[in-house]
Design a protein around this ligand. Structure first.
Ligand code: CP
Length: 360
């Protein structure tokens, strides 16, 4: 059974105690009535949920092509309002959530920096979040502080006006909705070659602080016979918590700094940027690692079906010349985010049946 307020208060004495609980042991706290309420961790997504979200995103994409379909979509949640609280820089996540709200007819408010909210007057994070909940029905959060979105969900779930919280990226830890759109992109790319099961995926770059690759790694447990190649300089190796998770779920993975040897073996290459914003000593950190860049010359070394992904924004990791190759799917990946985030909001408010009805 899912979260009930009284029960949770009895179990956990406060936020610090709740935060310390293993993620896998507190997932029910973020669901209600058999569906996701808050979306905080990639570990909340199982295979049937992922499959249903990909199917729903396809249906939304199809409906949005026609005026009649778009009108149908925009009537679904026209009585709901969303708050986009993005106090860490974002282009794609912000705009795709904004447009997801528009597709569903939701109105939205936004705060894009703590300097323009009453936090500068000393208002606590808890009171700030409660204030948002007074006005809206959904809060999407991008915050530099690890655990902030989880804390917001925790705070609101103790109040008389809990509204769903979606984690749009919290510190270097997790980016669950990016993982959803990545799965959708992988699934669309491999739909004619057996789907994602059995595929080999290389994740390249700053794996230590790249929250997208961390969240995507968690989702691999939902697929059969996946092999991961973690390709990075020593200083940016994937953290032990993800490797322990993969070992626990018997997911094969390899670590290497030899990108050239991995390229011909894999079905997907997921490039990432060096996350300089989390560096404690940015002036000492090298920003350019040419051996971990994908260039036009590499196109001839990868398989004909191998896709090249990137959560974007990119810096030097992929040559612009690569963009024209049909295997470069990062611009589709970016657009897939809008469809997938629309699907997610549809699920949270329980109106996906109204979309499915259009296809019966
Ligand atoms: N992929 C991603 O999260 O991009 P933004 O930082 O632009 O939102």
């Amino acid at each position: 059974m899912h979260y009930e307020k009284e029960e949770t208060i009895q179990i956990y004495q406060g936020w610090d105690e709740f935060y310390a609980v293993e993620v896998g042991d507190k997932l029910d706290f973020f669901s209600r009535n058999g569906r996701l309420f808050d979306v905080i961790f990639a570990q909340q997504f199982n295979r049937s949920f992922l499959d249903s979200m990909c199917n729903l995103a396809n249906q939304i994409r199809t409906l949005a092509r026609t005026k009649m379909g778009a009108q149908k979509l925009s009537s679904l949640l026209s009585h709901k309002r969303a708050m986009l609280y993005f106090v860490q820089p974002s282009t794609r996540t912000f705009i795709s959530f904004l447009n997801a709200c528009h597709i569903l007819g939701m109105r939205e408010s936004e705060i894009r920096g703590t300097t323009t909210s009453s936090e500068v007057k000393g208002e606590s994070q808890e009171d700030t979040i409660r204030t948002f909940a007074s006005y809206v029905d959904l809060i999407v959060i991008r915050h530099p502080e690890e655990g902030f979105a989880e804390k917001a969900a925790w705070v609101l779930n103790q109040t008389d006006r809990p509204v769903p919280v979606i984690n749009g990226g919290s510190g270097p830890d997790q980016h669950p909705t990016q993982a959803l759109l990545d799965i959708y992109t992988l699934g669309r790319s491999f739909e004619n070659i057996g789907g994602l099961d059995g595929k080999k995926i290389a994740m390249v770059g700053d794996l230590k602080r790249g929250r997208t690759v961390r969240s995507l790694s968690y989702l691999m447990k939902n697929y059969k016979d996946i092999t991961l190649y973690f390709v990075s300089p020593e200083v940016f190796k994937m953290k032990d918590d993800i490797k322990a998770f993969l070992n626990k779920h018997k997911i094969e993975f390899y670590e290497t700094d030899d990108f050239a040897s991995v390229m011909p073996k894999v079905d997907a290459i997921y490039m990432t940027r060096i996350q300089k914003e989390y560096s404690e000593t940015p002036s000492n950190e090298v920003d350019v690692y040419p051996e971990f860049h994908f260039t036009k010359e590499h196109l001839s070394t990868i398989q004909s079906h191998c896709i090249i992904m990137h959560p974007l924004p990119r810096r030097y990791e992929i040559d612009v010349d690569v963009d024209k190759d049909p295997r470069a799917v990062y611009w589709q990946q970016e657009r897939n985010g809008m469809w997938m985030r629309t699907a997610l909001i549809t699920h949270i408010f329980g109106v996906e049946d109204k979309i499915a009805a259009e296809f019966n």
